[in-house]
Design a binder for this molecule. Sequence first.
Ligand code: PLP
Length: 417
Amino acid sequence: MSRAEADIPVATAFSAQALRAQFPALDQQVNGKPLAYLDNAATTQKPRAVIDRISDYYARDNANVHRAIHELSRRATEAYEGARDTLARFIGAGRREEIVFTRGTTDAINLVAQGYLAPRLKAGDEIVVSEIEHHSNIVPWQMLCESHGAILRVAPVDDRGVLDLAALQRLIGPRTVMVAVGQVSNALGTVHPVQQIIDMAHAADVPVLVDGAQSVSHLPVDVSTLNADFFCFSAHKMFGPTGTGVLYGREALLDSMSPVQGGGDMIETVSFQGSTWNSLPYKFEAGTPNIAGVIGMGAATEFLEGLDLEAVYRHEHALAERAEAGMRAIPGLRIIGEAPGKTGIISFVMQTAHAQDVGTILDQMGVATRTGHHCAMPAMARFGVPATTRASFACYNTEADVDALLAGLDKVSSLLG
Ligand code: PLP
């Protein structure tokens, strides 16, 4: 049996095939082959509804928000603030004021680092992260540690990429001021048990930031049930546009935070004697925001609300299992990260081929993957590899995409094996 025909059924009623029709970019040939887009952890494709919403805004409603009373500004403000309501509903936030629009996950984490932690941080305080975080959930904390004499503590993962919860528990002590973890690892697909982590940290009175960049479009999230203190994500990884995202923060915490950027819209009054801040969430949204981006993110969120995210998770997981079953038969291929229940992310290395060459040959076969360290160099170091090739699935991927990946890997083996 050819690996491309690995007989692993994707047992779900979820119709990825039907969804594909909504994504124009998926319907194209790349290098003479039908595109198999498997770079969704880097960024997802956009459905027609998102593209149209952004284009309609620019075609009909374009105006600045909040500061004018004319009709176009009213429409722009309504759409922009409407997106905030949609986002609050989608992640189960108690109040719309808890949704701060940012440029993305990176921007949101930096806002918490600078606005929440920096003013409170003392020398010797400790921030705890996991060993497999994205750089944007490491470097902002590292910078704070350097400027304040604080210490970054790192919870390890085992050889499958599963977080060592007992070690994490031991790291949370009287000097811990923040635990920051991704819900899903972009490098390995590991789903961290964030509910347990939050409960554990809260028992010690420590706030938790959850990086949801790789979770919100792949599994159901409810920040109120989780009792997360901060939760961050990016629109472009959930079928929305680049350059926009969300910081969810519990109202009391956001209230206690200082603004990080000063400028228009974030103030209540300004005089040369001093300025006072606008109410939540506006005190964190200085300047003209990415209006079209936020409106597009709202449309992407409505798209996601139309999906059963439990079924999406099962679908993507099943695709990954089908792919991994085929990949295990390829001599010299090693899968990096085999946490039970992981999402549709597969990182792998091949003994005979550099990740870059694997990605290049796959591209020639119309298969889009990502190669490199995936902005997770410590995760690469943990597994002793400089780089991997990563295939990552979204709701619109099908068994045909898996088969294209496996056929591409057969080609790599025949050329470089
Ligand atoms: N966190 C995780 C887990 C990610 O996968 C990414 C992007 O790859 C980020 C944070 C950063 O997201 P952005 O570049 O959209 O700010």
